[in-house]
Design a protein around this ligand. Structure first.
Ligand SMILES: Cc1cc2nc3c(=O)[nH]c(=O)nc-3n(C[C@H](O)[C@H](O)[C@H](O)COP(=O)(O)OP(=O)(O)OC[C@H]3O[C@@H](n4cnc5c(N)ncnc54)[C@H](O)[C@@H]3O)c2cc1C
Length: 290
């Protein structure tokens, strides 16, 4: 049963930030409620105050900033991203990722900001955002700060957000020419959370040398993580199947998976190995076509 709480429904960001500051000792933000309601119903969270930000329309947007990249408001739903015309080129991977996230019902209501603020290491958006080099914008009554997505994810269900802060925007830099990105997740039930997921973003020079690569793993550590040893194997080289195999092996060694009800640690390492090579190959072929 959900314990009684005081409910607040701010309609502007400013009103919300004032409430977060006023009730900073005991509040919970609710957006689409797709993750929070479960925790409230299980009694795992019993906040005195619930601040419902779903009605703050100014945080529901996707903007293309030309050469600067893409900005996504925290209250943009998964479904809006899935069907946005702005998901083109290497940003197409965002729409593809959303298509793999749960069911249309959850995607209709759940927000991208709620998803990454929840901090589930198996969440779909975080690895893709990391591979694309995203930053997040956090706001409080004291002002705003920008954090690299890599620094935002801290541990199991833990982010770098301080009390009194909320996530307001995700910023994605414009990718250089000949950049391709791809994402896949392995799960037993199609609409379920990832057993392991991998996102990869590759940039190639005119002669197909890999000038940049970012590989990010989901459900393979207590937080979504970059596979930097795997990236180092590929960067500065012409990517071959043999190098992809080595990169997959390196990623499986640097991953920090646990055994749980979905899969053993060994099985997850094997998935990381296979999916890293497969997804990076796909990202490379998209970079060549782009
Ligand atoms: C049946 C089902 C299946 C699911 N399958 C998947 C899946 O396959 N992949 C996947 O990634 N997710 C999955 N999810 C999780 C869910 O889709 C996401 O976590 C959802 O997007 C959360 O967004 P929300 O707006 O509903 O957040 P809420 O549930 O409202 O909030 C989640 C958390 O984030 C905090 N929060 C919300 N917005 C902000 C903000 N702007 N700033 C600061 N804190 C904030 C809340 O306080 C809370 O702690 C599934 C959920 C369900 C119910």
């Amino acid at each position: 049963m959900i314990k009684d709480f005081e409910y607040f429904g701010p309609k502007t960001l400013n009103e919300a930030l004032v409430l977060l500051d006023k009730y900073r000792d005991d509040y919970k933000i609710i957006a689409g409620g797709q993750s929070l309601i479960i925790l409230l119903r299980q009694g795992l969270l019993q906040p005195e105050n619930v601040i419902d930000i779903y009605g703050i329309k100014e945080l529901d947007y996707i903007k293309s900033d030309g050469k600067k990249g893409l900005k996504i408001g925290a209250l943009t739903t998964h479904r809006e991203i899935e069907y946005s015309d702005l998901m083109k080129g290497s940003f197409k991977v965002l729409s593809e990722m959303e298509h793999l996230l749960s069911t249309p019902q959850t995607r209709n209501r759940g927000t991208i900001g709620g998803n990454i603020s929840h901090g589930d290491p198996a969440g779909d958006p975080a690895p893709v955002l990391m591979a694309l080099g995203a930053n997040v914008k956090l706001a409080s009554v004291a002002g705003e700060r920008i954090l690299d997505m890599e620094k935002f994810s801290v541990d199991y269900f833990e982010t770098a957000m301080e009390h009194g802060e909320m996530l307001v925007e995700i910023e994605l830099p414009a990718p250089p020419p000949h950049t391709g990105a791809a994402y896949t997740k392995f799960n037993i039930i199609a609409s379920d959370m990832a057993t392991v997921s991998v996102a990869s973003c590759v940039t190639l020079a005119a002669d197909d040398t890999c000038t940049d690569v970012r590989i990010a793993l989901g459900a393979a550590a207590p937080r979504p993580m970059r596979a930097k040893a795997a990236e180092a194997i590929l960067k500065g080289k012409k990517i071959t199947d043999a190098l992809l195999k080595k990169a997959g092996q390196a990623a499986s060694e640097e991953a920090e998976p646990v055994s749980d009800i979905s899969a053993s640690e060994e099985y997850r390492r094997e998935l990381v190995k296979v999916l890293t090579a497969r997804v990076t190959k796909e990202a490379m072929s998209r970079a060549k076509a782009g």
